[in-house]
Ligand binder design. Sequence first.
Ligand code: AMP
Length: 447
Amino acid sequence: MTVFAPGCALVEESRLELSAENSSPAEASVHASTTKFTELGLSEVTLAALAKVAYETPSPVQAGIIPVAMTGRDVLGQARTGTGKTAAFAIPILERLNEPGRGHKPRALVLAPTRELAVQVRDEMHRLADGTKLRAIAVYGGKPLKSQIDRLQKGADIVIGTPGRVLDHLGRGTLVLDQLEVIVLDEADRMLDIGFRPDIEKILRRCPANRQTLLLSATVAPGVERLARRYMTDPEVMDFSPKGKSLDTIEQRYFTVEDVKKYDLLMALLKREEPAQAIIFARTKRGVDKLHRKISRRYPEVACIHGDMQQNVRDRVMKQFRAGEAKLLVATDVVGRGIDVSGISHIINYDMPQSSDDYVHRVGRTGRMGREGIAFTFVTPEQGNELTRIEMLINKLLARDEIDGFQAVAQAAPPQEAAADGPPPEPEPPKPKPPGQRARRRHRRGL
Ligand code: AMP
């Protein structure tokens, strides 16, 4: 594999055994910061679509990936959501397909981990395909097969889908990949986390050997690397990951609050902050429902979303939220993680996230594409250690916040801050868990 690291840390060489012969990080970073869309060799129709969506300059991920992917080469891009990665693979696909194929068979396939992400990718593809006759459709579980089959039969140039449903269509013969030119594995690490590896491999084995493969992943964990080794051809590896998980553009604060006072604190916080748009994260589906009911008495513009809701209801909620009709969205992690809505000004962790990684994903829903964002985390007096773990992961201390005149704890709580001039203390080593415990816990949490 070849390394190309536009202004970012190189992927750890020992793990990937990368050959560095073509790597040029310095050149790449200049390239990323000065490139204009007009310099990327894009067609007039794509430039017009970009102007219409008001994308003025390519993000570093786009400046890095688009020119390489347009040569037809495989690319392994390490990039999180919120970096413009969707357009980074969508534009080369649209440029390559250019005109609708004569047949009805798809020429590009995008695999995405969740239904929400599949819809998001399809919508971005539609926006960027403006002015072409290319057709992009999304296929995902929870929606009737029939209407998807009808749309596939009418012909689609680009199919975006979750692996399970794509495989289902392949099995039925309603989706045929023998004309496929490009496959994208979007958020590959999440797809593997969810357990889609067997499905992904089955799909990849049914793609023509000479197709182009683009793989996007927030992390290049060993599972992702194995997938790349087996199914990609001499990919160019590009690392756009921030050094450390610092969520730099996002202000992050916490409140110490007793469990019974959380709701009142939330009301006081919403009053003080008047967020343009906020996601309020709760841990369980029941918790989301309950909180949504209570909030809606005071704020009618609140919606909620979790994995038990029917897909069409989830789609409607996301549409309302994206359109700004809902200002507050109460969500569980599983659906909250992939949400990309640029207007989200506030994240409120009403319940502490289960893992520090979840914290990073939640908070990353705001501050999209360099915009400002703020995140508040409600920490009960017993959850000090969990806060410390998060602070160690993001390598930053959260500022303690208080609301004037609001007593969040009955008695003075022990201060949560670590010494301001020293590093946060070492967290206790995790206790060994019997196999299956994590899965059971996730199940109990109802995610
Ligand atoms: P993504 O990482 O693909 O989920 O994109 C994050 C957000 O950035 C989306 O809301 C995109 O519409 C937006 N976006 C992507 N590329 C650009 C760009 N070059 N300029 C401005 N906004 C962009």
